[in-house]
Write a protein that binds this ligand. Structure first.
Ligand SMILES: [Zn+2]
Length: 108
């Protein structure tokens, strides 16, 4: 079986049609834009900065923290490391990951 990567930059999902994954297809349908997120307050530049520095964010909102956690997870960091970087409990990271698994595996 061929795995076609989602065309959205930074997404590790598998494309199911129109070269985007289920998650982004849903976003495109709900928000009219596959890049849209349910968390309107995510600031992409802040997320990039934190992911690049892997350092504690200053004044990063909860939604952005979740996005950073997702990106760091993709970089194979452990939940403990991510929790330390974001100053949240490892339990929070596990909860976020569980949420993300629910939304991404529903399509497969
Ligand atoms: Zn995607």
């Amino acid at each position: 079986m061929t795995r076609n990567p989602c065309r959205i930059t930074g997404c590790h999902g598998t494309a199911i049609n129109r070269r985007i994954c289920q998650k982004h297809r849903v976003r495109a349908r709900l928000y009219g834009d596959p890049h849209a997120t349910p968390w309107a307050t995510v600031e992409p530049l802040d997320v990039e900065a934190v992911v690049a520095r892997q350092a504690k964010p200053d004044g990063l909102g909860a939604a952005s923290r979740h996005e950073v956690a997702r990106r760091l997870t993709a970089l194979q960091l452990s939940a403990d490391e991510i929790a330390r970087i974001l100053s949240v409990s490892p339990r929070t990271i596990h909860r976020w990951r569980a949420q993300d698994r629910t939304t991404t595996t529903a399509a497969e």
